[in-house]
Ligand binder design. Structure first.
Ligand code: NAD
Length: 520
């Protein structure tokens, strides 16, 4: 059991009774919090009628209510961010970097508490939650290099007496719309770099995990970020559509499912905005007969069942080439049977947490039911091993999954792995390249030749060689292809800097003809 770690979040939460007397008729209401927006450095309760439940996935309890902000709430955030932009964009980059260094120090100081908050609202294990914050911190660390990252190019004497220079200029107000599965890391893919570049920012986090965003906003404010530079608006579709159409917003970053990514890309670009929109995925892990056993099994377990399979880089299809498929299955099953499920908000020894909500769990229950009807071989059925509260699904394994089955072609986004048995590496590569997504693919092998062949021929943006989750660190772009990404410039790395800036070219002529000899 762990100590109860709580932030002082009084400025972000109002009790239900203060705000929503109609929700509850007795005093139990006091324990449920109402999330507020964060605009111009202040907690602002949006004047809305619709609220969503925020659950602790481990127990199913409602731990907070999140508002579904409306167009006028987004307008207020845009006004705040627009007001803050002239002075923030004019602040010297080294001064902005100093503030970001202090933000970094404070986020690191809050690592434990932020991780606990992630366990409570997302259901990850504590170790996974720490990874969520740590990967976000890496982007912030990258953003601290901003004076260097923003440097332009110059060519003196590019023509007779003419010098040329380029500089990177901020865009204005940028917005980010994020999914539930990484409540800290995915928002931090976006806003640290956007504000480092001199933009101001509005974050619309997932309505399922609203608390971390407010906590980050508070930390950044306390670290010296001026009011209005980073704002948070909570909500769902209406807030997102308002952001995509808003004339005061220059650029939109989105991460979530493919259908919403496509809609955000279309709506945002139609309104003349720069948009980067990362979508869903179907990632494949190929195991060659010469792969090292124990480290490969460990990597597969992490990729398939880490974060209860709710990762855009989760390994969803496992291809055993040749004779390896049976021993691979045996090894996996014994690891899966040893995995413990439990309440990650109270117990740090748990091996796998719950899914985010009852709809997600029921969707996966339905996938397993359909597979059973279709006579798919179900080696382990995770429905048989669930605690009686919370949104759990145990690790599930399907075998002999073929390329024409829905299981093979759709994102499952839960702790369910499909084993398939292509005849050769070549066959595997062809099957992978027919999938519509293009996020990640991994190969496990002792052969450099097989690894090289795989890396060169696979049509997706992030490749792992003996790495189960080939999610790149902040210095590289998070480089999805196909239906996993809509846009040109990805989050992270120099692509992130390019996304949040536009180039200006200055040509200067200094020669005698322009030195004043006589007045007008
Ligand atoms: P989601 O698409 O349901 O929600 C993402 C965001 O969009 C949320 O902020 C939500 O409020 C908003 N939204 C939802 N429906 C909307 C609608 N109809 N119109 C406008 N906005 C809407 O995604 P999720 O369930 O929160 O996250 C899981 C998905 O995200 C998975 O598909 C996963 O693969 C993907 N994901 C992708 C990456 C990546 O880098 N490619 C990273 C993390 C997650």
């Amino acid at each position: 059991m762990i100590q109860n770690i709580r932030f002082n979040m009084s400025c972000f939460h109002l009790t239900i009774q203060q705000n929503l007397g109609t929700f509850f008729s007795d005093n139990t209401a006091m324990s449920t919090e109402v999330i507020t927006n964060f605009i111009h450095g202040k907690a602002i309760a949006p004047q809305v009628e619709n609220f969503g439940d925020v659950h602790n996935p481990s127990t199913g309890e409602v731990i907070a209510k999140t508002p579904f902000s409306q167009a006028h709430d987004v307008d207020a955030a845009v006004e705040s961010a627009g007001k803050a932009f002239p002075s923030w964009s004019d602040t010297p980059a080294p001064t902005r970097a100093k503030i970001l260094f202090e933000c970094r120090r404070r986020v690191a100081e809050n690592l434990e508490a932020l991780s606990q908050l992630i366990c409570e609202e997302n259901g990850k294990t504590f170790g996974e939650a720490k990874g969520d914050v740590t990967r976000g911190l890496e982007v912030l660390e990258f953003a601290c290099n901003i004076p260097h990252l923003l440097m332009g190019e110059s060519l003196p004497q590019m023509a007779e007496h003419i010098d040329g220079t380029t500089s990177r200029e901020p865009l204005g107000v940028c917005a980010g719309i994020t999914p539930f599965n990484f409540p800290v890391m995915v928002p931090m893919w976006m806003f640290p770099l956007a504000i480092a570049c001199g933009n101001t920012f509005i974050l619309k986090p997932s309505e399922k995990v609203p608390q971390c965003a407010n906590r980050l906003a508070q930390i950044f404010l306390e670290a010296g970020l001026p009011e209005g530079v980073f704002n948070v608006v909570h909500g769902g579709r209406e807030a997102v559509e308002t952001i995509c159409a808003h004339p005061g917003i220059s650029a939109v970053s989105f991460v979530g499912s493919t259908s919403v990514a496509r809609a955000v890309y279309e709506q945002g670009t139609r309104a003349g905005k720069r948009v980067q929109a990362a979508g869903g995925a179907k990632n494949v892990m190929v195991v060659m007969p010469d792969a090292e056993r124990d480290s490969t099994l460990r990597a597969i377990m992490g990729a398939a069942f880490g974060c209860a399979g709710q990762r855009c880089m989760a390994g969803s299809i496992l291809m055993g080439i040749g004779d390896i498929a049976d021993p691979l299955k045996e090894g996996l099953v014994s690891e899966m049977d040893a995995l413990t499920l439990g309440d990650t908000s109270r117990d740090r020894s748990v091996g796998m947490g719950a899914m985010i909500d009852s709809q997600s769990r029921d969707r996966l229950f339905g996938v397993i039911e359909k597979a059973a009807q279709d006579k798919v071989q179900i080696v382990r059925d995770g429905r048989s091993k669930v605690p009686n509260q919370g949104f759990y699904l145990g690790p599930t394994l399907f075998d002999h999954v073929s390329t024409d089955q829905t299981l093979f072609n759709t994102e499952l986004f839960g702790p369910a792995l499909c084993l398939s048995r292509p005849s050769s590496l070549d066959d595997a590569i062809q099957q992978i390249n027919r999938l519509p997504y293009g996020n990640g693919a991994s190969i496990f092998t002792s052969s450099g030749a097989a690894a090289r062949e795989f890396s060169r021929k696979i049509q997706c943006g992030m490749i792992g060689v003996n790495v189960g989750v080939p999610a790149p660190m902040a210095i590289f772009p998070f480089s999805g292809w196909g239906r996993s990404f809509f846009g040109d410039l990805h989050v992270q790395g120099m692509e992130g800097v390019s996304f949040y800036t536009r180039k200006k070219v200055v040509l200067s002529r200094w020669d005698d003809t322009y030195v004043r000899k006589q007045g007008w």
